[in-house]
Design a protein around this ligand. Structure first.
Ligand SMILES: Nc1ncnc2c1ncn2[C@@H]1O[C@H](COP(=O)(O)OP(=O)(O)OP(=O)(O)O)[C@@H](O)[C@H]1O
Ligand SMILES: [Mg+2]
Length: 258
């Protein structure tokens, strides 16, 4: 893999970069079209960096629909999702609409712009949640973990209230970023929908407290959780989605007694 590289728009017409911009089927015509689109969006450069590898170059993410890279729009560092040439979506507008809606309740990175093949959002400087939790140690750790978890759950609640189902929160190791201030950000609204029954709170709880290796790490910090109580609280919430039933979940998850 090549090292981190900042590549200006004028150099992006080289095939090596084109293989990321037009992943996984590069063609000169497609690249030309996409570079024109980038110019219109005001993108001046792409930075190939991150822990994923796409066509031999580093990137932030690689999914079924998109490749996520760091980019610069004018002078601002942004995160940009590039539509894969073979994606089963023909445009990025659906994800943009979902993210924009989430933004109305202060969830998700702020949507900055969108075109058929690119979605541009605010760059979240931080770490994926599982990585973040493993970096913590010493005094105040429990408090910080509780604060992040409460915030993730409140965001999930707001999405439930909004009627927007994220769709991928039950297995979310790559969908929650904790920033430098320890604020969590939910990302990837590709599979989100306003036409499904919402299950953001219940999915988030399953991921964080029941069914993943991260649940163990969290309990190491917060203490043992009453699983049966949580399952009952989630069941109640599903049947009767009220603030009160949500707060019961919060209490069980954050191990608060009052
Ligand atoms: N706004 C952002 N700021 C910083 N990093 C981001 C941002 N959005 C996404 N990322 C990083 O990119 C990774 C992949 O993002 P995401 O899940 O949205 O795309 P994907 O999996 O590549 O595509 P898709 O699931 O739509 O096919 C995330 O796990 C995260 O590490
Ligand atoms: Mg994804």
């Amino acid at each position: 893999m090549r090292a981190n590289e900042l590549v200006h728009l004028e150099q992006l017409n080289e095939e090596a970069y084109g293989r990321v911009v037009c992943y996984p089927r590069y063609s000169v015509e497609e690249l030309r079209k996409r570079l024109k689109e980038l110019r219109k969006l005001g993108v001046t450069a792409i930075e190939f960096s991150g822990k994923k590898v796409v066509s031999g170059l580093p990137a932030l993410g690689k999914g079924c629909v998109g490749i996520v890279v760091t980019a610069y729009r004018r002078n601002e560092k942004v995160a940009m999702k590039i539509r894969r040439v073979d994606a089963d979506r023909t445009r990025m507008q659906h994800e943009a609409e979902m993210l924009k809606k989430a933004n109305t309740v202060s969830v998700g990175p702020c949507l900055l712009d969108v075109s058929d093949n690119f979605l541009i959002m605010k760059f979240i400087e931080g770490m994926l949640f599982p990585e973040w939790i493993h970096t913590l140690s010493g005094r105040g750790t429990k408090f910080r973990v509780q604060r992040v978890l409460r915030n993730v759950l409140e965001q999930s609640w707001r999405l439930d209230e909004l009627g927007l189902d994220h769709g991928e929160l039950s297995r979310a190791p790559k969908h929650i970023i904790a920033d430098a201030d320890g604020k969590p950000w939910i990302v990837d609204f590709e599979s989100a929908s306003v036409n499904r029954k919402v299950s953001n709170v219940t999915s988030t709880c399953h991921y964080l407290f029941i069914g993943s290796p991260i649940a163990k790490a969290i309990q190491t910090e917060l203490g043992q959780l009453d699983r049966a109580k949580l399952i009952q609280a989630l069941r109640n919430y599903k049947q009767n989605r009220t603030r009160e039933s949500f707060e019961t979940i919060l209490k069980v998850c954050l191990l608060q007694t009052s």
